[in-house]
Write a protein that binds this ligand. Sequence first.
Ligand code: FES
Ligand code: FES
Length: 169
Amino acid sequence: MHTRLTINGAPVAREVAPATLLVELLRDDLGLTGTHIGCDTSQCGACNVLVDGVAMKSCTLLAVQVAGRTITTIEGVAGSDELHPMQAAFREHHGLQCGFCTPGMVIAGLEIVRRHGTQVSRETIAHELEGNLCRCTGYINIIKAIEAGARAMAGTAAVFEAEGEAVDA
Ligand code: FES
Ligand code: FES
């Protein structure tokens, strides 16, 4: 089947098997291996990407299902050579250890800001991370990093592509 979509700002057209998952297209075909696969039960969130600005688990989407949509992976969130403020906050606040969950956590952080704004509370961040698993950190520094990343995004220009709406960003 044919699918066309936009990935990290570039048009992509591919022939794919009907059962090809978006995460498989990203990793195996396009080499965007920052999107990880951490489970086969849709629980870990390591495969999070933005679809039209909204975080989704790319292991739960078929490549043909997202035809015409705009996908942003961890490789594309910054949009320049500089780290995105959410990425920088993870580095600054030690929001990772092995780093396996980190791409999904950064995308989750962006989704949290989209949904709750840049002044989101730690309690809300913790609650919203229910769909993301980390085996290393105990989550405390991830929550601190997302809080700091959210604050750093305050007042910045539109952070989300397509129709994902930023709340008081
Ligand atoms: Fe998608 Fe775990 S690989 S939720
Ligand atoms: Fe290792 Fe989260 S930092 S799984």
